[in-house]
Design a protein around this ligand. Structure first.
Ligand SMILES: *Cc1c(COP(=O)(O)O)cnc(C)c1O
Length: 389
């Protein structure tokens, strides 16, 4: 093990069990470790590097912005965040944006908006948020509480109150839990960390119509599914609904930290001066890069390519003996294996020059949206060899 890897273990809190590779540079979906070994990247971080490693336009925008103005407080106007907010609203039809720095923070923001909307209109007590079994919404104490997996509800007591969990795609369970204390429902269009499981479109439509009748808000957590990942700019387009709030993060910054809460006109004035904030939110350097991501990814032909690449991966992998099933949407792909362990496969892939992720028992692929067919062919070949070895 190199000296650096040992120092990592010594000096960085050991919250991640890392793969045995120290990555030093990359271009699009190809990267290199400290010894010059090449890897094909089917992870884009965890769905973060939407334009791959070191996209020229993105890198130039970031560098130019860093050289002229890297930060002011949110007490002043800056141009990149205004441009980005306007662009996001124009593309999605939302009314206003709140910028944060991560997915968990975006979800915290949406939860606060939902609770204040209800408080302003109905007073105290109507504050419950329905989430789904097996969901993942983040690592803060509140977003852990919103996460529908018991393994996350340990050690850090007391968790934030006011969350309940519905079985995904079970409308009777949903109706039973939609009581008069509920102010919002939060869902991932495709559960990511939970195992790359898309929600059923009919179910979501019915949830939306039941919620509309009771003035219960819908929050779509598109931290992983948003910004082209599924082949639509927002995954909720597949469900033909516009949630009252949509949260974004991972792919929005192209590799730099950002989160966003997209607010419909119904909720866009719930927060006012002093009600919420963040020091780094809307950072000019991050937003300059994000503007490049959004410009490229919102293009219809770019999104069509994402769908084609998705089909290519499925066509290549489905015939393999070890592959039982493939789930997901667009370039968010979960592979169910017949007998092998996903963790072992992922580690072997790294040895063989391929970066992949896991989600529970599945091998998970989140390639950069810009991956070329040449890179895909190389990567899938390695994966197939590892699966068949
Ligand atoms: C990753 C993720 C989060 C948390 O995002 P962070 O940036 O790690 O805080 C929340 N929701 C979903 C759906 C995610 O995939």
């Amino acid at each position: 093990m190199s000296d650096l890897k040992a120092k990592d273990k010594q000096y960085i809190v050991n919250t991640y069990s890392r793969f045995d590779a120290l990555i030093v540079k990359g271009k699009n979906a190809t990267c290199y470790d400290e010894n010059g070994k090449e890897y094909i990247d089917l992870t884009s971080g965890i769905g973060v590097n939407s334009l791959g490693f070191a996209d020229d336009d993105w890198a130039n925008a970031v560098a130019e912005q860093a050289k002229s103005l890297q930060h002011t407080s949110n007490l002043f106007y800056t141009e990149p965040d205004i441009k980005l907010a306007k662009k996001l609203c124009f593309i999605t039809g939302y009314d206003k944006v709140f910028f944060a720095n991560s997915g968990a923070e975006a979800n915290e923001g949406a939860i606060k908006i939902a609770r204040k909307y209800s408080f302003d209109k109905y007073g105290l007590g109507r504050n419950k948020i329905l989430c789904f079994v097996n969901s993942f919404h983040g690592r803060t104490v509140t977003t852990l509480a919103a996460t529908g997996q018991d393994v996350f509800h340990n050690y850090f007591f007391p968790f934030t109150e006011g969350f309940d969990f519905v079985k995904a795609n079970d409308i009777e369970d949903f109706k039973a839990k939609l009581d008069d204390k509920v102010c919002a429902v939060m869902f991932e269009p495709v559960q990511g960390e939970g195992g790359v499981l898309p929600m059923n479109a009919e179910f979501i439509k019915e949830v939306k119509s039941l919620c509309d009748k009771k003035d219960v808000l819908i929050i779509a957590d598109e931290v992983q599914t948003g910004i082209g990942r599924t082949g639509k700019f927002l995954a909720s387009e597949y469900f033909n609904i516009t949630p009252d709030l949509t949260t974004l993060a991972k792919g929005l910054g192209g590799g730099l930290p950002i989160g966003a809460v997209l607010c419909s006109s119904k909720v866009s004035n719930v927060l006012s001066y002093g009600d919420h904030g963040t020091t780094f939110g809307g950072n000019p350097v991050v937003c300059a890069g994000s503007n490049v991501c959004v410009d490229k990814i919102s293009d219809k032909s770019f999104l069509d390519e994402v769908v084609k690449k998705s089909q290519y991966i499925k066509d290549k992998l489905l015939p393999l003996d070890e592959v039982l099933d493939i789930s997901g949407l667009g370039l968010m792909i979960g592979i169910t294996l017949k007998s092998k362990s996903s963790k072992d496969i992922a580690a072997k892939c790294v040895e063989n020059g391929l970066l992949v992720l896991t989600a529970k028992e599945k091998v998970r692929l989140l390639p950069p949206l810009t991956i070329t067919f040449e890179e895909l062919e190389k990567g899938i070949k390695i994966l197939a060899e590892v699966l068949q070895s």
